[in-house]
Design a protein around this ligand. Structure first.
Ligand SMILES: NC(=O)c1ccc[n+]([C@@H]2O[C@H](COP(=O)([O-])OP(=O)(O)OC[C@H]3O[C@@H](n4cnc5c(N)ncnc54)[C@H](OP(=O)(O)O)[C@@H]3O)[C@@H](O)[C@H]2O)c1
Length: 234
C-alpha cells in the first residue's frame, strides 16, 4: 500500500483517516466538497486535494487513479443518491485489485442475520421517515450503496460503526460478523479508532468481502468477551 485516496476527507472520520494514513507513510489524495477544502488546511502541504462532490464521477476518476486503496465515507446526505453514486463511481474507476474500504453504521446488514433491538429499529425508522420528509438525508440510499458494494467483485470491506464518541485513541476496535453478538453490546467506539480500523483494513486481507461491525476495544462488552471467537480486532 503506497498511495491511498480518501473520499470524504474533510469530515470528522475523514480527517482522522488522513492522519492515520500519513502516519503509515502513505501518499494521500483527499476528495471533499469545494466548500470544505479549508477544513483540510492542516494537511494541505502533505496531501493532494481533489475538490468536488464525491458522487461526481469525473472527480472520483481523477482522484482514485494510481491508488492502491480507497477509503470511502458513505453518507446519506440529500435525496439524490449521493451514497450510491459515490460507491458506484469508486467501484467503476478504482484501479483493478485496489482495496476498497467503505464506512457505514450498524443498520446496514450483509446477510440479514444481524439482530437489532426494537429500540434501535424504531429510532431508525422514525429518523429515516423524518429525514426523507425534510429531504436532507436518505438512509435507504446508504443501504442501496452497500448492496451495490456487496454484489461487486471488487476487493471491498464495509466497516459498520457503532455509536461514536470523541476522545483519545484506545487502540484498534474489535469486530464481529453480526450486530447482536455479545462482544458488541457496549455499542460505542471512539471516532478516531473507527478511522484506525478503516485504515488498518487496507492491509488486512482477512477482511475482504466482510462487513465487520466494530466496537471499542476498551468497552465493557469487548473486555468481557475477549475469548469470543468472532473477535479479531485487537
Ligand atoms: N455519527 C454517528 O453516530 C455514526 C455512527 C455509526 C456510523 N457512522 C458512519 O460514520 C461515517 C462518518 O459519519 P460521521 O457522522 O462521523 O460524519 P463525518 O465524519 O463528519 O462525515 C460527514 C461527511 O458528510 C459530508 N457532508 C456533510 N454534509 C453534506 C452534504 N449536505 N452533502 C454532501 N456531503 C455532506 C461531509 O463533508 P463536508 O466536510 O464537505 O461537510 C463529510 O465528508 C458515515 O459512514 C456514517 O454512516 C456514523
Amino acid at each position: 500500500m503506497k498511495k491511498v485516496c480518501i473520499v470524504g476527507a474533510s469530515g470528522k472520520l475523514g480527517q482522522y483517516m488522513v492522519q492515520h494514513a500519513l502516519d503509515r507513510g502513505y501518499e494521500v489524495v483527499g476528495v471533499c466538497r469545494e466548500t470544505s477544502v479549508g477544513k483540510l488546511d492542516k494537511f494541505k502541504d502533505r496531501i493532494t486535494i481533489v475538490p468536488g462532490d464525491t458522487n461526481d464521477r469525473a472527480v472520483i476518476k481523477q482522484a482514485v487513479a494510481g491508488c492502491d486503496g480507497v477509503l470511502v465515507v458513505l453518507v446519506p446526505w440529500g435525496v439524490r443518491d449521493y451514497s450510491s453514486g459515490t460507491a458506484q463511481a469508486v467501484m467503476d474507476y478504482a484501479e483493478p485489485g485496489a482495496r476498497l474500504i467503505f464506512s457505514c453504521g450498524w443498520h446496514i446488514t450483509k446477510d440479514g442475520k444481524d439482530q437489532y433491538s426494537w429500540l434501535f429499529t424504531t429510532i431508525l425508522a422514525i429518523v429515516n421517515k423524518l429525514a426523507r420528509f425534510f429531504r436532507f438525508v436518505d438512509i435507504d440510499d446508504q443501504v442501496r450503496a452497500c448492496d451495490l458494494v456487496f454484489k461487486s467483485n471488487t476487493r471491498w470491506t464495509v466497516v459498520r460503526g457503532s455509536s461514536l464518541e470523541e476522545g483519545e485513541s484506545q487502540g484498534l476496535p474489535v469486530w464481529s460478523k453480526h450486530v447482536g453478538d455479545p462482544v458488541l453490546e457496549s455499542d460505542l467506539t471512539r471516532r478516531i479508532d473507527f478511522a484506525l480500523f478503516m485504515v488498518a483494513a487496507l492491509e488486512n486481507d482477512d477482511l475482504i468481502h466482510e462487513a465487520p461491525a466494530i466496537v471499542g476495544c476498551q468497552t465493557e462488552s469487548a473486555i468481557a468477551h475477549r475469548s469470543f471467537n468472532g473477535l479479531k480486532g485487537a
